[in-house]
Ligand binder design. Structure first.
Ligand SMILES: Cc1cc2nc3c(=O)[nH]c(=O)nc-3n(C[C@H](O)[C@H](O)[C@H](O)COP(=O)(O)OP(=O)(O)OC[C@H]3O[C@@H](n4cnc5c(N)ncnc54)[C@H](O)[C@@H]3O)c2cc1C
Length: 394
């Protein structure tokens, strides 16, 4: 590890590698790049997650997308709503494919380095940069982009819920689900909180199925059971009913995502929190890919400009409109107040809105008309009451 660098990126996950990839794309090939150093705690990468998103804006990973579904649906009991958009499919990028793409891009630039198996411990501001203490020594950097997971103190947990999920990729003789349809939410009744199955048919013999629960308390026994079991019993039962015991486990993934506003730390104008730590994940959905690409593109342009002008400063990118942020807060408040009504709200919302309104809203880029359509699609009473409660608590 060098003693100093121009840009230190702490964490080589989605945000860290997206920023590095955007930076490679942003700097013209004939221009020198700033020295960029990524510090990552993990020694080895694992294919531990897949990112899904509506592929509707520029990003450096398009070639690495492995699956596309032109249709998506939500289901509750025997009711099902389906929408289709052939031009902007719901798309899947695996962690391995994203990392391969990012490391290939970085390999074209000798100024980019990655140190693995290193724990960043503390960061302290200096007059002309930041000092980083790690498990493997010290480093100073002109800019620091911190994508490590947020600490509990940074989360506004009283304003949101936890999204706890466990997923399995399974092999089976023939599942019979349509390969052109992603099932975003198949709501399950009889459980505490909001529970649904997320289902992605990958090919004729492979499925990704996840059991997801929204809960105000991640220490609730249901959440803990979900995280502790290799395959949750409720998901085993769900799969057995549909696949008749004829399936085998290929891979698994799990998560406990804070669907809540984040208050990012700020040390000085040379430090920027990014990724979930920077509040880039959409609190109302747990999706981050779309806003992460907008954020990473913005930060990459700022870093390039800083290296050109010698003015080493970063400003947090504004990723969502104030109206969208307010709507997310109202939604989370309503969810906290009446979780048992959530499946009905979603069914109504998906039924009353078009494919374009849904994908722009869920992809973080709604126009005013889409926001109004979403508001009209939701029941007025509970959301008005949630908005009033939110205003009172402010
Ligand atoms: C299983 C799973 C599936 C998901 N699916 C989707 C999806 O389909 N669509 C979507 O939009 N979002 C999805 N998300 C949400 C979100 O996009 C991901 O959590 C995303 O990885 C967050 O990116 P990040 O860079 O903020 O954090 P991470 O990707 O977790 O990266 C943080 C990095 O920091 C490293 N680190 C931690 N501590 C230290 C330290 N002290 N020093 C150095 N490095 C450190 C970690 O090892 C890690 O590599 C999913 C999340 C999970 C967990």
């Amino acid at each position: 590890m060098p003693a100093d660098t121009d840009v230190a990126i702490l964490g080589a996950g989605l945000a860290g590698l997206s920023i590095a990839s955007w930076l490679v794309d942003t700097i013209p090939p004939h221009k020198p790049a700033p020295r960029v150093h990524l510090l990552e705690a993990r020694q080895e990468d694992t294919n531990d997650r897949t990112w899904c998103f509506w592929d509707q804006q520029p990003h450096p990973f398009r070639e690495a997308i492995s699956h596309r579904w032109p249709r998506w649906q939500v289901q509750f009991g025997n009711q099902c709503v389906e929408r289709e958009d052939r031009d902007h499919c719901y798309s899947l990028l695996s962690a391995n494919a994203m990392r391969r793409s990012a490391y290939t891009a970085m390999a074209t630039r000798p100024e980019f380095h990655v140190t693995r198996g290193i724990d960043v411990e503390t960061i302290s501001p200096l007059e002309d940069g930041l000092h980083i203490a790690t498990s493997k020594g010290e480093l100073t950097s002109k800019l620091v982009i911190d994508t490590r997971p947020p600490t509990f103190a940074m989360l506004s947990s009283h304003q949101g819920v936890w999204q706890v999920f466990r997923g399995v990729e399974v092999h089976c003789p023939n599942h019979g689900f349509s390969l052109s349809t992603a099932r975003l939410m198949d709501f399950q009744s009889g459980f505490d909180g909001v529970n649904f199955v997320y289902l992605l048919p990958l090919d004729d013999h492979r499925l990704l199925a996840e059991w997801t629960c929204f809960h105000v308390d991640k220490t609730h026994p249901d959440c803990q059971r979900l995280l502790a079991q290799q395959i949750p019993s409720q998901l085993t039962e769900w799969l057995n009913q549909r696949l008749g015991n004829q399936w085998s486990l290929l891979r698994q993934e799990m998560g406990c995502l804070p669907m809540m506003p984040v208050v990012p730390p700020s040390l000085n104008s040379r430090y920027l929190a990014a990724g979930i730590r920077g509040g880039w994940m959409r609190p109302a959905t747990g999706y981050m890919f779309a806003s992460c690409q907008r954020g990473a593109g913005n930060v990459a342009r700022q870093v390039y400009q800083a290296s050109e002008t010698g003015c080493w400063q970063l400003t947090p990118p504004r990723l969502r409109s104030a109206t969208l942020e307010w709507m997310d807060k109202v939604f989370l408040q309503a969810l906290r107040q009446s979780p048992e009504q959530v499946p009905g709200w979603f069914m109504q919302l998906f039924r009353r809105t078009s494919a374009i309104e849904q994908r722009l809203f869920l992809g973080d880029e709604p126009r005013l008309g889409d926001l109004l359509a979403i508001m009209r699609g939701l029941p007025a009473g509970p959301f008005l009451s949630a908005a009033i409660r939110l205003a009172r608590n402010a």
